[in-house]
Design a protein around this ligand. Sequence first.
Ligand code: 6PG
Length: 476
Amino acid sequence: MTNLADLGVLGLATMGANLARNAARKGFGVAVYNRHGGRTDELIADHGSEGRFTPAKTIPDFVAALARPRAIIILVKAGKPVDDVIAELVPHLEEGDIIIDGGNSLFTDTSRRFHALKEKRLRFLGMGVSGGEEGALEGPSMMPGGDAEAYARIAPMVTKMAAQVDGTPCCAFIGPEGSGHYVKMVHNGIEYADMQLITEAYDLFKSVYGLEASAIAGIFEEWKTGELDSYLIEITAAVLRKRDAAGGALVDAIVDEAEQKGTGRWTAQSALDLGVPLTSITEAVYARALSGRRTQRIAAEKLFPHPTNVARKPEKADIDAIRDALYASKIVAYAQGFEQMTAASDQFGWNLRLGEVATLWRGGCIIRARFLDRIREAYDSGEIAPNLLLQSYFRDAVVKAEPAWRRVVSLAVEQGVPVPAFASSLAYYDGLRRARGPANLLQGLRDYFGAHTYRRLDKEGSFHTRWGQDGDEISV
Ligand code: 6PG
């Protein structure tokens, strides 16, 4: 009825530009704005023919180009830029208009913005978008949280823009406040763990068995056909296969320092706050931090002699063992991440539907994997235990992998190859599968030095022993 646009996209760096193109290609009218107008011109010059774009050079023009209630996705750097852009937009918006933050914002910032905008009678969604630049264009996984009615208004657009798996869009309303960004944050934490596990497998093949990158690529290509089938395994093979201009493996020329923008660290920090043992993801964050200490590592290598490798090519059994260790560790990382989301949901009253989260991670996102179907099935079956590891499919899988998992971790320890995510996942599993651990002693120590009290197995109540006095136990 009008030429007004259905959706506004503000911020036209790669993600924003590709999301705008995605919406336009799906038939929606898209108003686009970027602080530096050059990018807007570029987008229109290069891709203007892909759909109905309305380029705007000022915020008032941008807002005026949108049908009411207006829906504006902002894709700018997380942190202050998001607040700045919101502050710029607000004076031009009207009651009921919707701002959608599609970046990787910290969930507490999103909750704050959600409440602040509600007071101004504006509606806010924090929407995690995963899939990198290709996903943004071809169909990402989207995790919108915040105002449910606002989601209902944009659902026809975003569900069409999202990746589709078996006819189901990888986009669904997550819950109130910053829950969408929380789920995206945990997605990224799992992404960190997944990648760390892959690099540990690579390191074993390279450092213990002396394999070349192309040979390791062949192993990952093989793994892609089995239960490890996933986007990250697929691109690992591609990265390992790539040769550089000099003819060597490109990966051998890349500096071994991993960078990070914060979502993995936030995941670990939130787990600490919630008291959830999130060892695999946290080790992955630490491993990136240690990788960044390259100067120290170079100095230390000269000081500490290194064990030699086993000096033989891996046999099929060796390769399968590393695959099993990777799979079991991956199950632990996901189990921990899902337990964290359960804890966050309880803590913040979000009512997260975790089976649905698994469903929308099946396609479009970086951690998309065949494995996610198993998690979804676990939630659908109603059998779901407080921890995914206790659910029959995953229990059977880790039990099957356990002997190989131990052999691989032992080998790595003997050979001096660090496998923090493999090893910590195994330690978590060993800690979980024991009805009685050693924390009884810990409680005794706490009571000794601080009268912190302990409970007993054989009677109700709290107790303290007067360790330094008469040695008697008293009920407190
Ligand atoms: C995604 C990615 C994306 C981004 C990461 C990278 O889901 O599409 O996770 O969000 O690539 O934030 O994070 P680091 O720079 O911290 O590795």
